[in-house]
Write a protein that binds this ligand. Structure first.
Ligand code: SAM
Length: 234
């Protein structure tokens, strides 16, 4: 599986990047005539392609369209913009755990101002290739938490991870079965009392505890998504 940066016209040559060519020839030992699956996040299309030339890198000729398998259950990660290493870790692990969309939120106590979206996209693509996903999660630019809640998608449930306490996550997840979910993780300083009050009053939200200890935001994201995966994922 390989994510290529250009849309895949039916019989166009697909030119992987230099790094990808090196990976294909040196790591995967690709030979002329070998086939492999490539996908392009832009059009979400998959193609089985055949390696044609291995001289100056790899030329791949798109051979046939491959319909991606149906995507699994729908979960989003809403995470406060935390410091770079924690956010990059959370994006990589959320991609491995099947998140469909990652929404960066700005909360009252969010301290980080600037995010390198291109870096996060690259991490998600690499994690999607490594984990063998048929898609790459979309990552949204940071938006105020209040605005996200004001414009909430009907039918999606919210797993509000509250470090001050909440219900055990498993039963809440099982009770809602295959509904689309979103997991919300706060910043290093936690949610403000006003945010907590609003979140606990939302009809579509369930405040859940991830255990008696305070987890770092990236650990909390992995923990919550693993609980979701165990309860309703596939
Ligand atoms: N304000 C907290 C404190 O006392 O230091 C730290 C917040 S924690 C670093 C960041 C986020 O991870 C929290 O807002 C929450 O969403 C999630 N989180 C951490 N530990 C949790 C727990 N035991 N249960 C539920 N959520 C947790």
């Amino acid at each position: 599986r390989l994510h290529v940066p250009t849309p895949l016209a039916p019989d166009a040559a697909v030119l992987p990047t230099l790094d990808q060519s090196r990976y294909l020839t040196q790591v995967m030992r690709l030979k002329i005539g070998d086939g492999l699956l490539v996908f392009n996040g832009v059009d979400g299309e998959w193609r089985c392609v055949i390696a044609e030339a291995l001289k100056k890198g790899v030329v791949l000729r798109a051979a046939e369209q491959v319909r991606p398998q149906t995507l699994g259950p729908d979960v989003q990660l809403l995470i406060s913009v935390v410091k770079k290493s924690a956010l990059e870790f959370a994006v990589e692990k959320a991609t491995e755990l099947g998140v469909r969309r990652i929404r960066l939120v700005v909360t009252h106590r969010t301290q980080v101002q600037h995010v390198r979206m291109d870096r996060l996209d690259a991490i998600a693509i690499e994690a999607a290739e490594q984990t063998g996903r048929m898609d790459v999660p979309m990552i949204d630019e940071p938006v105020k938490l209040g605005e996200v809640l004001d414009d909430w998608e009907a039918g999606r449930r919210l797993m509000f991870c509250d470090e001050t306490g909440g219900a055990p996550a498993g039963p809440a997840l099982q009770a809602a079965g295959g509904d689309p979910w979103a997991v919300l993780i706060g910043p290093e300083g936690g949610f403000s009392p006003e945010e907590r009050e609003r979140l606990r009053a939302l009809p579509f939200a369930t405040a859940v505890s991830l255990g008696p200890r305070i987890l770092r935001a990236d650990t909390a994201a992995v923990s919550a998504l693993t609980l979701w995966q165990a309860a309703v994922g596939d």
